[in-house]
Design a protein around this ligand. Structure first.
Ligand code: GLP
Length: 259
């Protein structure tokens, strides 16, 4: 099962994960990072800014999880723009080495396959950051997504479009389709790190970590991964049955194991 780390606040969680990423880059300058959008990974990116200052990150590769279909690439809400603004520019990554699925309408039928090929050619993701939607989605794999799925076009649920409407003028402006790495794609990354903060995520986190393995809660796919870490604050951990056990495990974790 996943290792659950309960932290006092999002900033502490972000620092913990950022330390692990710095360690990876120090060991392998051409590490492949899996990036996520949304508010949950932001504390990681913020911590990385100070930790990576002055270090050589020119060989780091990165791949985003997902993208809206049909937004212009320079639309401020496209995930290509979000990743550039929140990760690539602040960390000084080489934009040529950062991949985002292509959500343009032209050629969309082949974009999933093309992205899978890019991921494959990179040697695969070493550490994949994940958030979780309130309906339990990871990437944009909505309920019903196959555990074996690859990068493909999906239809967003009404709930996800409502959750994300805050970034658009109205819900009608939120795209209906997205292109997302599949659950099978995500499971190929060597280490999964899922971050969730706040009470709104408590049910989804409990389902992902302790619920039955079910495509109805796509985040539960992390239970199939041999190295998955879930970083949550007390509020997001509040529906976990075995929270005390996770605290105990973390308190006694041997230092050599790392995150
Ligand atoms: C979007 C993204 C997901 C993200 C989710 C939760 O739907 N596609 O990757 O996990 O939002 O976002 P937040 O972290 O802002 O709650």
């Amino acid at each position: 099962m996943a290792e659950v780390v309960i932290v006092p606040d999002a900033a502490t969680g972000g620092a913990l994960v950022a330390d692990e990423i710095v360690r990876l880059i120090a060991g392998r300058p051409d590490v492949v990072l899996g990036l996520a959008t949304g508010s949950s990974p932001l504390p990681v990116y913020r911590s990385l800014v100070e930790r990576l200052a002055g270090r050589d990150v020119s060989r780091v590769r990165a791949f985003a999880l997902d993208e809206y279909v049909g937004l212009a690439p320079d639309d401020p809400q496209s995930y290509r723009s979000v990743i550039r603004r929140e990760v690539v520019e602040p960390l000084g990554l080489d934009p040529e080495r950062v991949g985002v699925p292509d959500g343009s309408l032209t050629g969309i039928e082949h974009a999933g396959e093309a992205y899978e090929a890019e991921l494959e050619a990179s040697g695969g993701v070493d550490l994949q950051l994940l958030g979780i939607g309130s309906d339990g989605h990871i990437g944009f794999n909505e309920p019903g997504s196959s555990f074996a799925s690859r990068t493909r076009v999906k239809t967003l649920t009404r709930l996800t479009r409502e959750d994300n409407a805050r970034f658009f003028a109205s819900i009608d402006d939120v795209p209906v389709h997205c292109i997302t790495q599949g659950l099978g794609t995500i499971l190929r990354a060597r280490h999964l790190v899922l971050l969730a903060f706040g009470e709104g995520k408590a049910a989804a986190v409990a389902g992902a970590v302790e619920g039955p393995l079910t495509a109805s809660l796509p985040g539960s796919a992390i239970q199939l991964h041999p190295h998955a870490t879930v970083v949550v604050d007390e509020a997001a951990a509040s529906a976990l049955r075995f929270a005390d056990y996770y605290r105990e495990t973390w308190a006694h974790k041997p230092a050599w194991q790392g995150l």
